[in-house]
Write a protein that binds this ligand. Structure first.
Ligand code: ADP
Length: 635
């Protein structure tokens, strides 16, 4: 087959440009990325051979090799792992499969400083392309284990790459960088220096479980036929099997980067070991930033599973519940079959026990942040609080532990969120319930008419703005015996110990308004289940509320968005008996025989209440016409 030239996919081209123009200041990390890919390729081959003994592949000396050539100024990273077929090279190296890439590129353009850009780059699998930070040309020669023909890929990192088949490629992949001239001032070191290579491998890739060998250059001055001995650069010790005191934070962080493809430091490293009948070792990492695609269907969750140091699978979902999908790491189990499948894992009793233990450990770590390190807790909750709250709905066993580490925006403070414990401490004498209101934003909630009486009486309300909040408050129901109550649901009685005077007043109002309420209920029957007098309003004339056990409009919408059929729940219209508009309406109702105009007023009042809580009028055109007519009459 002749050499063919292909164009990079648009996103890939943009990323290449970024690499070439080096938004990333530390160029050394390209070697980490290439070694990381090589290590993955060796893992994959070992696994494939394990599953299919007939695979025609050599696995007796799996390793990574780094060669430098000072004369030619090249650096080669070679592995004898799984390799890639011709099609795979085009697919894996020519395109970027990450769905979040478009968002990423947009964010990157907006990232003000270099640190921000570095962080962003780290979130996406740009590993291989990072070679172009150090090279002006890259060549990759690869042969898929079990196949006879190899493939050569070349590119100068511009718009195109070439592909051709080759006959004599060894099993695995070799990546050759044609190095740019060294420029130490810009952190572009001389990557033909064995000393530099040693240092980089030691720093970033020491834990890689395969030998990383460097073949010294043949020394022309040395006599005769002594071929130089390859030197193994890494210690190959699995970090999770070593005691904490032996391993530096930096080493843990490099493992995190290798696993997560996030180039930033994690927020926390969690080490966990279990002995006895079911032995395992585990290293979990809590990232410091939520990835862009955390809430997408494609998000790959789960930690890496090893069995006795042998890599078994990425993204092992069975080890952590979905609401901890942001946690990265390694679990190395001693007593699992190397052939274990995802399906088996999902049902395995031991795996389930591990999941419970890992879950509790992550939650107790968050609790530690909370009690010992306020900044770290704040970062954690900002990045992952929303995901964690999903656990309140799905994991009743741990919902108490999750509630204990949750915090919420509150009317008590403009910027400091509160825990539920903090809320309870501040509850007023005679207050039995924890009040909250859900909505799109803090501002819209605070302006909602439902809040009026609470504000008036200085009663604290939690301001819940995540979609999941609508769901968990119902699922959880209470905290330490105190009911969670929406200020927009049911009847609210804030007077606590009722004083008789207020009671008498109310009875009088009820009598006074009985006619209007009944009549309005009939007029608005299509939209409203009842019209009643309100105890929540101080300023607004009216508001709509849900019955205590009804779905809120937001929940209804959510279920519909998920494709479920839900009937529309009619709501309750509450009127403020002290408002002039409402008083006037009552007056008119009593005095007028012909109530046609009043019907429109009732309708308007209802629509105003819907608008006030951020809802949409059912018939905007009609609403506009009614208001315009009335305005006209006042001119
Ligand atoms: P990432 O490693 O983040 O997936 P890369 O751009 O580094 O992104 O690599 C893209 C893909 O190319 C890898 O996922 C892997 O499938 C393949 N690949 C890269 N290097 C090698 C290698 N040395 N051997 C086999 N496959 C490789």
């Amino acid at each position: 087959m002749p050499t063919e030239t292909f164009e990079f996919q648009v996103e890939a081209r943009q990323l290449l440009q970024l690499m070439i123009h080096s938004v990333y200041s530390n160029k050394d990390v390209f070697l980490r990325e290439l070694v990381s890919n090589a290590s993955d390729a060796l893992d994959k081959l070992r696994l494939e051979k394990l599953r299919d003994d007939a695979l025609d592949a050599e696995v007796s000396d799996l390793h990574i090799e780094i060669d430098v050539d000072k004369e030619a100024r090249t650096l080669t990273v070679r592995d004898n792992g799984i390799g890639m077929s011709y099609e795979e090279v085009g697919k894996l190296i020519g395109t970027i499969a990450n769905s979040g890439t478009a968002t990423f590129l947009k964010d990157l353009k907006e990232a003000q400083d270099e640190a921000g850009a570095e962080g962003l780059i780290g979130q996406f699998g740009v590993g291989f392309y990072s070679g172009f930070m150090a090279a002006d040309e890259m060549t990759l020669v690869t042969r898929r284990a079990g196949e006879t023909q190899g493939t050569r890929w070349t590119s100068r990192g511009e718009a195109t790459y070439t592909l051709e088949t080759v006959d004599d490629a060894p099993q695995g992949t070799s990546v050759t960088l044609h190095l740019k001239p060294a420029d130490p001032e810009n952190q572009l070191h001389d990557y033909t220096s064995p000393w530099k290579i040693r240092e980089i491998v030691k720093r970033y890739s020491d834990f890689i479980t395969w030998p990383i060998r460097m073949v010294p250059e043949a020394d022309a001055s040395a006599d005769g036929d002594s071929t130089p001995e390859p030197e193994t650069l890494n210690s190959m010790k699995a970090l999770w099997a070593r005691s904490r005191s032996e391993v530096s934070d930096d080493e843990y962080h490099e493992l995190y980067k290798h696993i997560s493809h996030d180039w930033r430091e994690p927020l926390e490293t969690i080490r966990l070991q279990a002995e006895g009948t079911f032995e395992y070792q585990s290293l979990l990492f809590i990232p410091s930033h939520a990835p862009h695609d955390l809430f997408t269907r494609e998000f790959k969750r789960g930690v890496q599973l090893y069995v006795k140091r042998v890599f078994i699978m990425d993204d092992c979902e069975a080890l952590l519940p979905p609401y901890l999908r942001f946690v990265k790491g390694v679990v190395d189990a001693a007593d699992l079959s190397l052939n274990v499948s995802r399906e088996i894992l999902q049902q395995d009793r031991h795996i389930l026990m591990m999941q419970r233990r890992l879950t509790k450990k992550v939650l107790s770590t968050v609790k530690d942040f909370m009690t010992k390190d306020a900044d770290r807790y704040a970062t954690f909750w900002r990045e992952f609080g929303t995901v964690l709250k999903e656990g309140l709905v799905t994991d009743s066993e741990n919902s108490e532990a999750i509630l204990a580490v949750a915090s919420f925006a509150t009317t008590h403070s403009d910027d400091e969120p509160t825990t539920l414990a903090g809320y309870v401490e501040r509850m007023k004498d005679g207050q039995d319930d924890i009040y909250y209101l859900t909505g799109d934003s803090r501002q819209s909630i605070e302006n909602s008419p439902h809040m009026e009486a609470f504000r008036d009486k200085g009663i604290e309300v939690l301001l819940l703005t995540d979609a999941v909040d609508e769901v968990w408050v119902d699922a959880v129901g209470e905290y330490e015996g105190k009911k969670l109550r929406s200020v927009a649901k049911g009847e609210i009685d804030l007077d606590g110990e009722k004083d008789e005077k207020a009671d008498g007043e109310r009875a009088k109002q009820a009598e006074d308004y009985a006619g209007l309420l009944g009549w309005m209920g009939e007029q608005l029957e299509a939209d409203i289940k009842e019209v009643r007098l309100s105890t929540r309003l101080t300023v607004s004339p009216a508001c709509v509320v849900s019955d205590a056990h009804d779905l809120t409009p937001a929940l209804e919408q959510m279920y519909r968005a998920m494709g479920q059929e839900v009937p529309t729940t009619k709501r309750i219209l509450e009127l403020n008996p002290d408002h002039l508009l409402v008083k006037g309406l009552n007056q008119a109702y009593k005095e007028r025989e012909d109530r046609d105009g009043l019907v429109e007023s009732a309708e308007l009042l209802h629509t105003l209440a819907v608008l006030a809580e951020g809802g949409q009028p059912k018939d905007p055109a009609r609403f506009v016409k009614l208001v315009a007519d009335r305005l006209e009459r006042t001119l």
